[in-house]
Design a protein around this ligand. Structure first.
Ligand code: NAD
Ligand code: UDP
Length: 344
């Protein structure tokens, strides 16, 4: 990435007429991950001073390697469950394993990451009077009895099931964000992200889009869990990143939670058929047991995002999958490894 002109101070950059309203010091926790790396990239390009904090549990340095030479980018290897002192203006708090296989790898660590990690991130926000955004999830709705899911729906989560470490962790994180907001006047934002896919997602994260594309491209059978009639609504990463940034920079009286996702709803079988069509793969669909507590349907109600952020997705599943497949074709799968064992 060409970042020659980013070595200036904020004042110098502003003086030289760069197209920026304001230069911020931005911390992205989980910044080396799938979504975090795209956020870092965008902020570096915009000329902000970016700190990417990550312990590389579900990611690798290669996701941000192209930013390392930029003077306005800094990479810190750190576990968000441990305190850290940094001076920043905005915090995008993304650090947390997101794929079921990743977050169930060490469930205790997952809930610690959500709860203790959020307390640490909120502590920085409080001390620096920084604005802070939580990457929450549609999983707070559990296996929803209301469809599509509006933010007012309080969810149907099994608190003792295998997904609870993630679902309840994020629910507790939302609670912490609102309590820091009410008690300490921290300027918070909460975004509930629905299934998002795109280039740089971990090819072995076990999520449905990465599994199906990898299986199709390597000539393996496509694994449908259950009968494939369960639904998800898939959002392309560019749409998602735009929605998150609009939320961070939106009006202070709209703290959320807000759903950010694509309301186009597909069965898992339909997704498999589309991946086969787009890759031209000669592969079969095979059924595997449905994991416990797998939500039967999911689709965001995005009325709030439209109203307050003037945001809605623009990339169709067909377009987004085509771009994602192209990226999968360009990578060397042997460069990716499963999550690092982490028993802290
Ligand atoms: P990801 O796994 O690619 O990124 C998460 C990043 O957090 C990784 O780089 C990982 O190494 C880092 N991390 C994990 N534990 C950490 C710790 N203790 N300390 C420091 N870093 C840590 O996943 P993603 O899809 O980019 O998700 C980013 C955020 O968005 C997560 O908080 C996730 O819960 C949320 N989210 C994502 C989706 C989605 O579909 N991608 C859906 C809902 C919510
Ligand atoms: N799934 C599947 N085959 C796979 C991986 C996932 O059929 O190889 C299903 C899974 O059971 C779920 C849906 O696809 O119903 C989405 O799974 P994912 O792990 O991507 O995310 P979730 O939305 O469940 O967190």
């Amino acid at each position: 990435m060409n970042c020659r002109h980013f070595g200036k101070t904020g004042q110098e950059r502003a003086h030289r007429g760069y197209q920026m309203a304001e230069i911020n010091r931005i911390l992205v926790t989980g910044g080396a991950g799938f979504l975090g790396s795209h956020m870092c990239e965008r902020f570096v390009k915009e000329g902000h001073d970016v700190i990417c904090l990550d312990n590389f549990f579900t990611s690798q340095k290669s996701n941000v390697a192209h930013l390392l030479d930029c003077p306005n980018f800094e990479l810190i290897r750190h576990d968000v469950t441990l305190p850290i002192f940094l001076e920043v203006d905005q915090i995008y708090h993304l650090a947390c394993p997101a794929a079921p296989g990743h977050y169930q790898f060490n469930p205790i660590k997952t809930i610690k990451t959500s709860v203790v990690g959020s307390i640490n991130a909120l502590g920085i926000a409080k001390r620096c009077a920084a604005k802070i955004l939580l990457a929450s999830t549609s999983e707070v709705y559990g296996d929803p009895e209301v469809h599509p899911q509006p933010e007012s729906y309080r969810g149907n989560v099994n608190p003792i099931g295998p997904r609870a470490c993630y679902d309840e962790g994020k629910r507790a994180a939302e609670t912490l964000f609102m309590d820091y907001h009410r008690m300490n006047q921290v300027n918070v934002r909460i975004v509930r992200i629905f299934n998002t896919y795109g280039p740089r997602m971990h090819p072995y994260d076990g999520r449905v889009v990465s599994n199906f594309i990898r299986q199709a491209l390597t000539g393996k059978d496509i694994t449908i869990f259950g009968d494939g009639s369960q639904t998800r609504a898939f959002c392309y990463r560019d749409d998602l990143v735009e929605g998150i940034i609009r939320m961070m920079n939106g009006p202070d009286d709209f703290v959320g939670p807000v759903n950010i996702g694509n309301p186009g709803e597909f069965t898992i079988r339909e997704l498999a058929e589309l991946v086969i069509e787009l890759t031209g793969a000669q592969v079969k669909l095979v059924q595997r047991p449905l994991p416990a507590d797998d939500p039967t349907r999911r689709r965001p109600d995005i009325a709030l995002a439209k109203k307050h952020l003037d945001w809605q997705p623009t990339v169709t599943l067909r377009e987004g999958l085509a771009k994602t497949i192209q990226w999968f074709q360009s990578i060397d799968l042997s460069h990716y490894r499963p999550p690092t064992p982490n028993f802290v």
